[in-house]
Design a protein. Structure first.
Length: 272
């Protein structure tokens, strides 16, 4: 059983919803990332989604695009991100880490080389935005050979056929993009989210995480009532951006924000 599957099984047994924060590796400096990861776990994060900086993102809104630009300005590469995970694993052997990014850096490294290096560094899975299931066979095989999960996105426009197809190839969990648009965009229609999550669960046995548009504790609590995981990205990265000139404050401020989300989610889990 993968570390991701084990964590969701543990949470299911506790009747709890996962909290998955997203941050861009190397933003606003290389030195901040590992301490920030530890602070997020201490505040209640169950998994960490770590963004790999890439010059031409297609799913990221302006907040995360700027984070990527800050990391790229320091020359942060896929190899550097793996080193950050390796540094995180010195103290934390249990919290699953999923890399989120795009295919080009992985193709440059090579599928098998990437999968092997990711496993050795302590990565548990990857979410590669621009790899549809019809074209991801080589990457899927390379990751599976190393015991790593490949997380796929589903959208409000995903058909029943598409949901079933992704259910055949995804592992770890699936990520439901709750709004039409890029990260941080749009108004979250929570009734529609609950309806779509139920439709996904009817066809996929994997846990369903919900992200895009979750910016506060109230929304996180509402999403927790229907999802297996609440995924928060732009609201965290925006706070990091505001503290870019005082990076020493980032771990404590982000930890405080996540603690608020964790408390709201736990209260929702215990509710009627």
């Amino acid at each position: 059983m993968s570390r991701i599957a084990a964590r969701f099984e543990q949470l299911r047994g506790q009747g709890r919803t996962a909290l998955i924060p997203f941050v861009t590796a190397g933003d606003p400096s290389r030195a901040v990332t590992v301490p920030l990861m530890h602070a997020m776990v201490a505040a209640g994060a169950d998994l960490i989604e770590l963004g790999v900086p890439f010059s031409d993102p297609i799913a990221d809104g302006p907040v995360i695009q700027r984070a990527t630009e800050r990391a790229l300005a320091q020359g942060v590469s896929l190899g550097d991100v793996l080193e950050m995970v390796r540094g995180f694993r010195v103290q934390d052997r249990d919290t699953p880490v999923v890399l989120m990014g795009y295919l080009n850096p992985i193709e440059v490294m090579g599928y098998e080389a990437f999968a092997g290096a990711a496993r050795e560094a302590g990565v548990d899975g990857a979410l590669v935005v621009d790899v549809p299931p019809e074209e991801g066979h080589g990457l899927v095989e390379a990751l599976r050979a190393e015991g790593l999960d490949l997380v796929y996105l589903l959208a409000p426009t995903s058909t029943e056929q598409r949901i079933s197809l992704i259910g055949e190839v995804a592992s770890g969990f699936v990520y439901y993009v709750s709004v039409k648009g890029v990260t941080g965009a749009g108004h979250l229609d929570l009734d529609s989210v609950a309806e779509k999550v139920a439709a996904i669960k009817a066809r996929i046995s994997l846990p369903v995480g919900v992200g895009f548009g979750i910016s506060n504790a109230e929304t996180a609590a509402r999403v927790a009532q229907c999802a297996d995981a609440v995924i928060v990205g732009s609201a965290i990265v925006g706070r990091i951006e505001a503290l870019a000139q005082t990076p020493e404050r980032i771990p404590s401020v982000i930890g405080g924000f996540l603690a608020e989300l964790r408390a709201a989610i736990d209260q929702a889990d215990c509710g009627p």
